[in-house]
Design a protein around this ligand. Structure first.
Ligand code: KG4
Ligand code: ZN
Length: 340
């Protein structure tokens, strides 16, 4: 079964064709990240405009590269939530038009479910498993009981891990996206040079909090500036990255042990982080758990992951009609509900 996936929730306009949720046929991504970098972060208006300009070309290219026409496509899967609302609407409206004009079923896909599905393309992993989903907008520990059955075990109370890394990177004067810059520069730094507080979260022992950590790094930079002291940015970046990764890994370990999972999956943009990947490997070795990491090319936003999850949603009976809307927020465990 061929699924055409469409993704436009942030600054990547993407289309891909995936067979049976697993085999990549084509994968096209156009990104406005360079333009967004000029502003130090994603400007939603610019993202929407670039999506509107590029989406038809990106989808056409995905079909051409796969040597397909719409007649070969069994369903059109599109990210409908969560994300920047104007950006999401471009993809949703395009997918609606394409699906109804060609008489192809339309399948709504949750962006984070998509991130998790990037692992179905990268490996042979099958649910049930425990997944750490870490992106620019979300940090979750999710029990993936089945392809369309999700249970939130823990989540961030404030900033997402990627958001904290991006903001810290900006404060350190590093290029956007800060997460990537911090990963790069940390390789030359001493991760024990600075000590950051380990945030305590009351309530769920699996929840995260990154805003205190972020404020702490911002204060460190500002205090040094006021005193006219030089800060070793590589040391600061490495220490901050270590704190963020430690928080993620500690909660993942607690959840894995308590819930008795033997398979651990990491997903989302931050899953590209080299320190996180190393520490996840160590953790899984320690407990004799099987670890699955997406290939680096599928860590960031792409449409292959949307096509993959779209396949599982479609075979479980999830389709949308012309009432499909886009939503800036949406819980990962919430099933899609038709509007009319
Ligand atoms: O999943 P994603 O591409 O978009 C969202 O759904 O948000 O995640 C983007 C986030 C950004 O915060 C970016 O800095 C972070 O992923 N990121 C990284 C790395 N590559 C991307 N963070 C740490 N290390 C990386 N190598
Ligand atoms: Zn994402």
């Amino acid at each position: 079964m061929y699924i055409l996936g469409i993704e436009s929730s942030c600054d990547e306009t993407a289309a891909a064709i995936v067979e049976d949720g697993k085999h990549l046929i084509s994968n096209v991504i156009s990104t406005s990240v360079k333009e967004q970098a000029l502003y130090g972060g994603v400007v939603p208006e610019i993202a929407s405009r670039r999506h509107a300009e590029s989406i038809s070309g990106v989808v056409r290219e995905a079909l051409e590269k796969a040597n397909c026409t719409m007649d070969d496509i069994d369903a059109v899967a599109v990210t409908y939530a969560p994300g920047l609302i104007g950006a999401l609407l471009v993809g949703v409206n395009f997918a609606k038009g394409l699906a109804f004009a060609s008489g192809t079923p339309l399948v709504p896909v949750h962006h984070l479910r998509g991130h998790i599905a990037s692992n179905y393309i990268s490996s042979d992993v099958k649910p049930p498993f425990l997944c750490l989903v870490v992106s620019g907008g979300h940090s979750h520990i999710v029990a993936v009981n089945d392809y369309t059955d999700f249970e939130i075990i823990g989540k961030t109370r404030d900033d997402a891990a990627g958001e904290a890394l991006d903001k810290a990177g900006r404060t350190m004067g590093l290029a956007y996206p800060g997460g990537i810059s911090i990963d790069k520069i940390s390789k030359q730094g001493d991760e024990n040079a600075f000590k950051f507080p380990h945030p305590k979260v009351t309530g769920s022992k699996y929840d995260f909090s990154f805003s205190g950590l972020k404020t702490s790094v911002i204060n460190t930079v500002h205090n040094a500036k006021q005193k006219g002291e030089e800060i070793n940015v590589a040391d600061l970046a490495a220490s901050f990255q270590k704190s963020v990764v430690d928080c993620l890994i500690q909660n993942l370990e607690k959840a894995g042990v308590d819930k008795n999972f033997k398979k651990i999956v990491i997903a989302g943009g931050v899953s590209a982080n080299s320190k996180l990947r190393r520490e996840a490997e160590k953790l899984c070795k320690k407990h004799n758990w099987q670890l699955y990491l997406p290939e680096l090319k599928y860590c960031g936003d792409n449409a292959a992951m949307i096509a993959s999850q779209g396949y599982y949603e479609f075979i479980s009976g999830v389709t949308a009609d012309e009432s499909l809307n886009a939503y800036a927020t949406m819980a990962i465990d919430k099933p899609y509900e038709k509007q009319n």
